[in-house]
Write a protein that binds this ligand. Structure first.
Ligand SMILES: Cc1cc2nc3c(=O)[nH]c(=O)nc-3n(C[C@H](O)[C@H](O)[C@H](O)COP(=O)(O)O)c2cc1C
Length: 234
């Protein structure tokens, strides 16, 4: 299975979210090698609000060169894993910056039809609290990207580093994420996307048919045949 792993920070051995994400990626990759991206090292661009992407010129984004390898990797992957520590009850700012660069591909604008056939896993740990809002920061994007299936795993670890977690607790966490990996693998056979993303697709389709808010968006839907009989999950 081809896998993209997006790590919200550049911490590795000491990072709990990285160790958990690695466990899933290595369980599922088989002969493929997971593609890891570490933020902000591999993507450090802030969205400047130039609106080129929404206007149909996403290649003109000032962050395009950095974004392209991540986007290409996601497009080729069946699974996208996000390792997301809680920073003040939310996802770290560098991950938000990355997600901002995919705003134009939300279902309400110019969706990437490939997303409906993908799965994603969001892993979040905190010292104590804030995982729900942190996971939501990422899951909102995944839902509006149209990702077929999204799994989440969250755990308060009462520690700053993976190495401070007692081995029996580490083992428990690793075995929980391995179970999620099993589900991802079994769902990948005869895969079908969640009803939620299909419903979002239908409502956005209606919007594109009725109102022509942004001509590049309408052109995108027309070009893909989605205003007629074509569907991205078929
Ligand atoms: C800037 C910053 C903000 C944090 N905010 C929270 C927080 O709001 N709630 C919490 O329980 N832990 C918070 N933490 C602790 C981390 O979420 C926790 O150590 C997490 O497991 C780190 O994941 P990692 O090992 O993958 O980096 C914060 C840590 C940092 C560096």
């Amino acid at each position: 299975m081809q896998i993209t792993v997006i790590c919200s920070t550049s911490r590795r051995e000491l990072s709990s979210t990285y160790n958990l994400a690695k466990q899933v990626a290595e369980n599922l990759c088989m002969n493929d090698k997971p593609n890891y991206f570490f933020l902000p090292k591999d993507f450090s661009h802030f969205c400047l609000g130039c609106m080129q992407c929404f206007s149909g010129f996403h290649e003109k984004c000032p962050g395009y060169e950095e974004l392209k390898p991540i986007k290409d990797s996601i497009n080729k992957s069946q699974l996208i894993i996000f390792a997301v520590p809680v920073y003040v009850f939310h996802a770290p700012g560098q991950l938000k910056c990355l997600l901002d660069h995919f705003g134009w591909e939300w279902l309400v604008h110019q969706p990437n039809g490939l997303m409906f056939k993908k799965q994603a896993l969001v892993i979040s740990t905190a010292a104590g609290a804030g995982m729900k809002s942190t996971i939501k920061d990422v899951k909102d994007s995944l839902d509006f990207w149209g990702v077929g299936r999204v799994y989440t795993y969250k755990k308060p670890i009462a520690a700053a580093n993976w190495t401070e977690i007692p081995p029996f607790k580490q083992k428990k966490m690793l075995s929980k994420v391995e179970k999620i990996a099993d589900r991802i693998l079994s769902d990948s056979v005869n895969f079908h996307p969640r009803i939620k993303v299909k419903l979002l697709f239908w409502s956005c389709r209606l919007m594109q048919k009725r109102f022509h808010f942004n001509p590049p968006d309408v052109d995108h839907w027309k070009k893909n045949g989605w205003l007629n009989k074509e569907r991205p999950w078929k």
